[in-house]
Design a protein. Structure first.
Length: 287
């Protein structure tokens, strides 16, 4: 497992790379970094060339003041792939990374062979479904968009902020603990890290507009939606199979029992098995 940093799309992008073969890209979500894929990378790397970037604003990737709309973040990935000389990929995205992956699938279908989205309700669907129940479950969407206040309240309390999400969002509240929890706290205590995550959420109005422009154009490549069956904000609030049937023409729906918002960390063996099965036959190369 090697760490690299390259300049692409105007920012320094940090990524982990491991293995050889057809390229598989893993995009993390909030409140994580590419550390989220530590249980998947060694398994997938036995068969595939695995690339796991830190998204713009997260981890060791640059945290500029702008560019957090998902079209620009998808272009971050395009620039990284071009730098690496990679044409088409299989793409796996969780949470915020799934939003980037969905925009990538819409904007760059020729660069995508198959898509996995994990525990994600598309931004447009969240916005158009807003009611009291959804607002309660997605309170942090609004809080994180308030200018400056979240950074001021979270500074020096990154551990309290993160502990809430990791405990509340996992089926087992102790899933993320010890050295793993410390790794995330350290990442979000880096200069600009909290502001970068907030900027990701503050791009929501632009993201919704982008999603509305091509809402009627379905993702054409094979798509698998995985979600934690016991996470109230996703599987407990939305009919996820129906949501993603409205997004993709060739859908495989896979709820995971006794699992919350972080399937790759809560149920890594099940996720790894699903990924290996879905990726089977992916050999790389042009369309």
């Amino acid at each position: 497992m090697k760490h690299h940093t390259v300049k692409a799309n105007g920012i320094r992008q940090h990524f982990i790379e491991a293995g050889e073969g057809a390229p598989v890209v893993l995009l993390h979500g909030f409140p994580e970094t590419n550390y989220a894929w530590r249980h998947q990378i060694p398994v997938l790397a036995k068969t595939y060339r695995v690339i796991a970037p830190d998204l713009r604003g997260y981890g060791k990737t640059d945290k500029p003041a702008s560019g957090y709309d998902k079209r620009t973040m998808a272009n971050d990935l395009i620039a990284l792939l071009d730098h690496l000389g990679i044409d088409r990929i299989a793409l796996v995205g969780h949470d915020r990374g799934a939003r980037v992956a969905t925009r990538f699938a819409k904007d760059h279908p020729d660069r995508l062979d198959r898509l996995v989205v994990m525990d994600n309700v598309p931004t447009r669907i969240v916005a158009t479904s807003m009611n009291a129940k959804v607002a309660k479950a997605y309170w942090f969407f609004t809080f994180h968009q308030v200018p400056d206040l979240p950074e001021a309240l979270i500074a020096g309390r990154e551990d309290v902020w993160l502990r809430h999400f990791f405990s509340d969002w996992c089926y087992d509240p102790h899933t993320i603990a010890g050295a793993d929890f410390d790794a995330y706290v350290a990442a979000y205590r880096e200069p600009g890290a909290v502001r970068g995550a907030m900027a990701d959420y503050r791009a929501a109005p632009e993201d919704v507009l982008q999603d509305q422009e091509d809402a009627d154009r379905l993702i054409a490549c094979p798509t698998m939606s995985i979600w934690g069956a016991d996470f109230e904000a996703v599987g407990g609030t939305f009919d996820m199979a129906a949501v993603w049937r409205g997004m993709a023409t060739h859908l495989r729906a896979e709820p995971i029992a006794q699992c919350g918002h972080l399937p790759q960390e809560e149920q890594p063996e099940i996720v790894n098995r699903l990924l290996l099965d879905f990726l089977g036959g992916w050999k790389g190369g042009a369309a």
